[in-house]
Every structure is written in C-alpha cells, then in structure tokens.
Design a protein around this ligand. Structure first.
Ligand SMILES: Cc1cc2nc3c(=O)[nH]c(=O)nc-3n(C[C@H](O)[C@H](O)[C@H](O)COP(=O)(O)OP(=O)(O)OC[C@H]3O[C@@H](n4cnc5c(N)ncnc54)[C@H](O)[C@@H]3O)c2cc1C
Length: 332
C-alpha cells in the first residue's frame, strides 16, 4: 500500500458504459488531480460490477485508490442504495470534496448526498479553482448568458457536478500503483425502500442531448419546420437524438434545451450529423468533443467542413429524402 489514505482525500464518482470509462469521468479524474492537496489521495468510487480495464484506465488519469462495490445487487444503479452507501463512507472517511459528472447519475447522487450530509453543492461547474482554504466554482446561469462564481460555505462538505467538455482531460505522467479496495461499509438491502427491477431505454428523441450517443443537428439551412421533419425521420430510423443550432432554436424549429453551442449545451456523442449548419465558432465549441462528425452543407467552403471528419456537399432537400429512403429499407 502507498501512503495512508482516508480523511481529506478528494473523491470522484465515476461513470462507465460497456466496460469503458466515460469521457466525463476522465475529466473528473484529471480535474481531481489538479485540485487535490499533495498530502491527500485522489480516490475514485466505482459502482457496478465491471472492473475489467476500468481500474487501469483510472490509474492512467491519476487515481491512486479505487473503491469498488461488491455483490450482484450493485449490477444496476439504485440511487437510494448508492446514496446510503456513500453517506456511510463520507461519515467514516471525511473526504475534502467530491466531484461528479453533471449527468442524471451525478446530479441525482450529488443532490441527495448534499441533503443527507450537510453538503454544499454547486451543479454544472465549468471551472473550479482553489480559493483561500476552499474552492471557487464557476457556473453558467440565465441560459448560459452569465457566469457566476460560487464558494461553498465553510464547514460544509463541498460537492461539485462538472459539465461535460468543460475540463481538460490529462493523462498522468506518473505511473503509481493503484490501490483497489472493496467498499467496506455494506448496506442492508432489506431496509431499502426502492428496488431496481429493470431499465426502460429512454426514447432517444426525448433524451437529453448531453447524454446522447448519436445526434442529428439541424441549422438554418434546413429551411423551415417541414425541412426538420426529414431530420426527425432520420433520427427515428437511426435511434438518434435531435438537436440544433441557435438559429434553428430562434426560428422555433427545435426547443432551447436542444441547442448546441456556447449558449446551448456541449455534447459528446460518438457520432454527430451537422445538417445545414455553417459551423460558426459559437456552435462548434459545443461539438468538439464528438468522436465523429459528418457535415452536410451545400456550400463547399462552409467552416463546418474544417471540423468535420466526413463531409457531404449538396442540397439537403435532395439528399435527406434519398438517405431516409435507403435507411427505411435497411432499418425497419
Ligand atoms: C454571444 C453569442 C452566442 C451564440 N451562441 C450560439 C450557440 O450556442 N449555438 C449556435 O448554434 N449559435 C450561437 N450563436 C450564433 C452563431 O454565431 C451563428 O449565427 C449560428 O451558429 C448559425 O447557425 P446556422 O449554422 O444554423 O445558420 P447559418 O450560419 O445561416 O448557416 C446555414 C448553413 O446552411 C447551409 N445551407 C443552406 N441551405 C442548404 C441546403 N438546402 N442544403 C444544405 N446546406 C444548406 C448554408 O450553406 C449555411 O452554411 C451565438 C452568437 C453569439 C453572438
């Protein structure tokens, strides 16, 4: 074992899918490493039973210790049980601060933990720096038009949820051995009021764009609300989530919560289609963490092609009906 760990450590509650650490968790670890004191350790809390590869990944991003849940019951996420377990651990170990992703998982845990443990919670942070003996968090408000600085009240456990894409991911240059421990304080499942019996997959069209894996985004080039129907059909066929540029929102073709960009949301899908979108900086800042971007635009010089991994030059009104027809043939 390395040095004594426990009180005063900085915790990150990580998320994973299909045995892969989500990018937001890499951001949490990288930011946690930047924030933690040299005398303390960076500790990750890992829910679920998937350990393979995840522990090594966490070490790569500077985690020194991992707490793992143990037992079949933890296979699915149970917010009540998770909050109970974390509350016991907080009581025993007194972490200095806890970071979560600003996702439905992170926000639901952080808010309940704050209530149960006298925590000072700041959600949706886009920056987090040391301030005297505490932290100062920056978070956007008023539809992202204003940024406010918030300092957690002293004497309370600081809890922060971090917006995806706002914090730099940095691998650790130090290769320290990572300590792995099963979570000591187990809970009695009989006392839990909620039991998870299964999951219903969210309808991609109504799911949050920040958590979507496949996004179809439309801009002013789509032309009108009728034009957006082609995008809706494409999204329906592919199981994708719809989003748009600010102009598409201002024109009322798509609601504000689906706006991507500086005053909208930052998205991190595996695949994003940018259709009839010019690629203004205020839009592309919101898609730069996408794994693969396909742009469709009639202007070969549109700036979107500079950031896209693949491009189609043409009129969307000709291309989308043909594309959807092809998709209908293979997807239904
Ligand atoms: C402070 C501030 C904050 C902002 N925040 C945001 C933000 O969060 N998100 C955001 O998106 N914008 C934001 N903007 C606005 C931004 O600057 C751009 O105006 C906006 O992104 C442009 O949207 P667009 O690409 O849909 O439209 P346009 O720039 O008008 O682009 C339309 C594109 O469609 C193409 N096109 C037209 N017809 C067709 C066709 N038939 N087939 C194929 N292609 C076609 C055109 O060639 C063009 O490239 C912000 C601006 C400011 C000043």
């Amino acid at each position: 074992m390395s040095k004594k760990m426990g009180k005063g450590d900085l915790w990150v509650v990580v998320e994973h899918r299909d045995s892969e650490l989500l990018d937001i968790s890499k951001e949490l670890c990288s930011q946690g490493r930047r924030m933690k004191k040299s005398s303390s350790a960076l500790v990750a809390i890992l829910f679920g039973n998937e350990k393979n590869g995840l522990v090594n990944d966490l070490a790569r991003y500077g985690v020194e210790k991992v707490y793992l849940t143990k037992g079949e019951e933890w296979k699915s996420f149970n917010p009540e049980a998770s909050v109970t377990l974390l509350s016991k651990m907080i009581f025993e170990e007194s972490p200095s601060a806890i970071l979560f992703g600003s996702s439905s998982f992170g926000n639901s845990l952080a808010s309940q933990l704050a209530i149960r443990n006298r925590g000072a919670l700041v959600t949706d942070c886009i920056d987090l720096k040391e301030y005297r003996e505490s932290w100062v968090a920056v978070k956007p408000i008023q539809r992202d038009k204003i940024n406010v600085k918030m300092v957690p009240a002293s004497g309370m456990l600081p809890l922060f949820t971090l917006k995806a894409g706002a914090f730099e991911i940095e691998e650790s240059t130090l290769t320290k051995p990572i300590e792995v421990e099963e979570i000591p304080s187990q809970i009695s499942w009989e006392e839990m009021l909620t039991k998870v019996v299964g999951f219903i997959k969210a309808d991609p069209q109504s799911a949050s764009i920040e958590e979507a894996d496949l996004i179809i985004a439309g801009g002013k080039g789509v032309g009108d609300r009728e034009g957006f129907k082609f995008l809706e059909e494409m999204a329906d066929l592919l199981g994708a989530t719809l989003a748009g540029s600010r102009v598409a929102v201002d024109l009322g073709w798509i609601p504000y919560e689906r706006q991507i960009g500086l005053t909208g949301k930052k998205v991190t899908p595996r695949l994003l289609f940018a259709i009839g979108i010019s690629g203004a900086f205020e839009f592309t800042i919101g898609i730069k963490e996408s794994k693969f971007i396909v742009a469709l635009n009639k202007d070969p010089n549109a700036p979107i092609f500079k950031i896209a991994d693949a491009g189609i030059v043409g009129d969307l009104r000709e291309i989308l009906p043909r594309l959807n027809e092809g998709l209908r043939g293979i997807m239904r």
